[in-house]
Design a protein around this ligand. Structure first.
Ligand code: F6R
Length: 357
């Protein structure tokens, strides 16, 4: 039930800190470190390559998860859109592990890949919000998101839950490989949960940003580098699916290779700057579009902020910034859709779970 909330989407955005705490509780052992079924960590461990298969928002979470698994567990990862995989199959490694990410566990495009790879004799892990769902039943292993039912068509809390569970899986695999993390993941996830809560308390500001940048625009670009690029893809998907503003996410350096031609006077550009190692270069990209008349909305991480930034995110561990940077993007999309009179929870042409290929 949505209770006093006007929309499920807003309720589900607000639930994210709670979901983080629930995940920490579910995946923590008595000593306070990450806990995951040994069989699952061993399956990732034994793989020479991980293939993440998903669609839409879950695909975007997979892109973030790739960073965790590669940088912490040192296992190479490829992330594939499910609908393409069967028709354009990559050359598989000798001993692959497939990870299916699906909120509903019912997405037909993902299931088609699961059927294919099972027939080839490969192992599969499903990360889903729905116990007993098709993708869970048909895979060898399941990790649950514990996000509670997600009703709004636009996925919010499942995305952040997927990222947290992928982080835990990567940390556990790293630990069993003997590469221990240089930080306490459980503690940092707790800090991220608090930061998400603080962001959920700033709805008025997000409402204001949506009015300021998006009330009359036809289009909007999201830019970022490294993991901020992936979060930008998700911000653009959220905005376009519920507000019908044409929105696209780009790697900061790619704009000048063509898309910059679309920048006009006043075109909103939402830029994420949460990564120290690319802070200078993303700011350079912002200058390039500002020189063509763009209206920049820079969202940066505390510690990396500069004077003209529109919004500063509370500080969290640099690898976990997607958990916080996506929250304002979700809220901006929500308010933009609201201002335009759109049906936030049930955007046109879309269904909550896509059970046709
Ligand atoms: C976007 C959205 C979709 C889903 C996609 C996959 O807000 O919800 O892009 O993420 O259809 O759905 P699941 O995760 O259920 O497989």
């Amino acid at each position: 039930e949505k209770g006093t909330y006007p929309h499920y989407m807003l309720k589900e955005i607000d639930e994210q800190p709670l979901v983080m705490r629930k995940i920490i509780q579910e995946y923590q052992n008595e000593a306070g470190s990450v806990k995951i079924n040994d069989d699952i960590a061993n399956a990732v461990n034994a793989a020479d390559r991980v293939y993440i298969i998903a669609c839409g928002t879950s695909y975007h979470a997979g892109l973030v998860g790739k960073q965790f698994i590669e940088s912490w567990a040192k296992v190479p990862v490829e992330v594939h859109v499910a609908s393409e995989f069967n028709y354009n199959m990559p050359l598989l490694s000798e001993n692959p592990l497939f990870i299916f990410i699906s909120q509903s566990g019912e997405t037909a495009d993902s299931r088609a890949v699961l059927v294919t790879i099972k027939a080839l004799g490969h192992k599969a892990l499903t990360i889903t919000n729905v116990p007993g769902s098709t993708l869970s039943r048909e895979a060898d292993y399941t990790l649950l998101l514990h996000a509670g039912p997600e009703i709004a068509v636009a996925s919010t809390k499942a995305y952040t839950a997927q990222i947290a569970v992928l982080a835990i899986l990567a940390a556990k695999t790293a630990e069993s490989k003997g590469h221990s993390l240089e930080f306490d993941l459980v503690k940092e996830l707790g800090i991220a949960a608090n930061a998400m809560e603080a962001l959920c308390d700033q709805k008025e500001e997000m409402d204001y940003i949506a009015r300021e940048y998006l009330s009359t625009t036809r289009n909007c670009f999201f830019i970022g580098r490294a993991v901020d690029y992936y979060v930008g893809l998700e911000g653009a998907l959220k905005l376009k699916e519920i507000s019908y503003i044409q929105a696209e996410g780009f790697a900061g350096g790619e704009l000048k290779h063509g898309t910059i031609a679309l920048i006009e006077n006043g075109t909103p550009i939402i830029a994420l700057a949460t990564q120290g190692h690319v802070n200078l270069s993303i700011r350079g990209n912002v200058k390039e579009v500002v020189a063509r008349g763009a209206n920049p909305c820079i969202i940066s991480l505390k510690g990396l902020e500069e004077e003209d930034d529109r919004f500063v995110l509370p500080e969290v561990h640099e690898s976990l910034t997607p958990l916080v940077s996506v929250v304002p993007l979700q809220l901006i999309a929500y308010f933009a859709a609201l201002h335009r009179g759109c049906d936030v929870d049930k955007p046109r042409n879309l269904a909550k779970s896509v059970t046709v290929e």
